[in-house]
Design a protein around this ligand. Sequence first.
Ligand SMILES: *[C@@H]1O[C@H](CO)[C@@H](O)[C@H](O)[C@H]1NC(C)=O
Ligand SMILES: *[C@@H]1O[C@H](CO)[C@@H](O)[C@H](O)[C@H]1NC(C)=O
Ligand SMILES: *[C@@H]1O[C@H](CO)[C@@H](O)[C@H](O)[C@H]1NC(C)=O
Length: 592
Amino acid sequence: MLLLSTFVVVLAGLSGAKPLASKRWNNVAVKHRWVEIPRGWEYHSTPPGDHLLDMRIGLKQDKLDELISSLYEVSDPAHERYGQHLSKEEVDALVAPHPDTVEAVESWLLHHGINPVDAQFRSASGEWITIRVTVAQAERMLDTKYGVYYHPASGSSVVRTMEYSLPAELHSHVQMISPTTYFGTMRSMRSTSFIQPQTTALVEDADSFAAEISPLAVPASCGTTVTPACLRAMYNTTAYVPKATATNKLGVAGYLQEFANDADLQVTFFKSFRTDAVGSTFTHVQVNGGLNTQSDPGVEANLDIQYTEGISFPTPNIYYSTGGSPPFLKDDSTPSNTNEPYLDWLNFILNQTTIPQTFTTSYGDDEQTVPQDYAISVCNLFAQLGARGSSIMFSSGDNGVGSGDCLTNDGTNREIFQPAFPASCPFVTAVGGTTRVNPEVAVSFSGGGFSRYFAQPSYQTASVTPFLTALGTKFAGLYNATGRAYPDVSAAANGFQVVIGGRTSSVGGTSASSPTVAGVVALLNDFRISEGKAPLGFLNPLIYSTAKSGFNDIVSGSNPGCGQAGFTATTGWDPVTGLGTPDFLRLQALVA
Ligand SMILES: *[C@@H]1O[C@H](CO)[C@@H](O)[C@H](O)[C@H]1NC(C)=O
Ligand SMILES: *[C@@H]1O[C@H](CO)[C@@H](O)[C@H](O)[C@H]1NC(C)=O
Ligand SMILES: *[C@@H]1O[C@H](CO)[C@@H](O)[C@H](O)[C@H]1NC(C)=O
């Protein structure tokens, strides 16, 4: 109500002062520009001027610094605020834009004939405004031209632009506007898993197999054929019985066209690999038109849910299927969904009062393909989840230090290592991959390196510096020594037995590692909660300090890529396996 009357006044004021008002918005400056079309995409055509877009405006958060310092305090085991996570209301208050920011953005919208009260969506804190505009209108507002761009590899078409501008005054108020220069869509992004046809999948009834594994000896077979029993033995969770199942939850974030299949999990997978769980299930939550097509199980979705359940059972698991309206079709009047990874899901989850204490996501992109202002927006949303008390795991990617020619997209065409986002966000826990047992070694595809967008957070300096010192001048210029270093931890990544459409396949990728670590973290959260303590929340300040000795250091293997040998796993932290793989029993003692 208050908003409404404010607009009326502003509107009335504007009509009398039009020249002044337009002058206010005349001086525009580029907000983001690509020098070349993002790799993998090609220009297709001009979109119709009346094509509708849902324009999402991210307003600068007034007390972001306070949010980040709160996040670090409540996540640092040495701080008196440790474990005192923030409520939704407390976080919303910190991320709300300053009234001057709201005024500036709303005046600009009014100048373009858009009444902000007609917004499709405003987040509770006011930091996001979504308005429905035509392409022609968006082009006027952002001083740009949109194109239809096509991604042959995935068949995706999107309406995007090579650059956009904003009035100079708005640069200090607006974090980012989409859809503009971020071309990634769920379909063009990589999910980090792949079927491994070369490995023989377990075909026989594996009941006996599951029973054979003693928690104290990890059989050699686990080096090539990974089951929940293997992982529970390797990471010492076999004997732990969850108790806080009324409170503790584990969330899997899945995206477009990936559905987790109930029958595959309940009947086939549990019967073969986790007999005590037969018949139990997980919750499906559909976000923003996400579907739940049981006839079309996804490899990634089934891998995720089968292994989070396989380790954390009977902890309740939730599979979030985030959709979006269909991709761009020229003659379709439906607004083309921005179809952007993370933002829909993050806006949805951050709007819930109670959220799972542990999350895993297995999607990623080369950092350089994500505009920096966009990456910062998304990364800050993960900070909100951490401040609320959730641990966020992300797979580190399956391309070692980078895939393909690894050329920069800034016009200079230099060859550099290609860090992955969101693994490079300092507010998530990035999970790399290992293979074999007794001992585990780094798997060659394990994504790792150093961000070029995010500075190295202080929580990891003491662990990363020895690695860099030992590396010396090797690979100088190919990576950013002052950037956020990842992965943080790792887990098995090869030969996971996954049931897809009733058949067992062998699946690999760091997207096997991320749900594995999430399963272990969910059990640690169960332990903490059942002892009347807070969940672990944002893990990194803890695992790089007091809980460091809870990981099995992985000391051999490397992650080649970009035509280079890649980094080498070594004693202590390394950009192949991070701090190592989790030992639940040791971690349990360390977080008690
Ligand atoms: C965890 O399991 C590994 C491998 O089975 C074993 O070597 C280690 O001692 C175990 N840790 C604890 C604390 O029991
Ligand atoms: C946020 O939650 C409130 C209260 O549950 C609900 O009314 C609103 O529609 C939600 N908004 C979004 C975008 O989900
Ligand atoms: C290295 O990372 C920092 C952030 O720590 C960033 O400001 C800088 O631009 C990066 N340099 C390169 C060459 O990527």
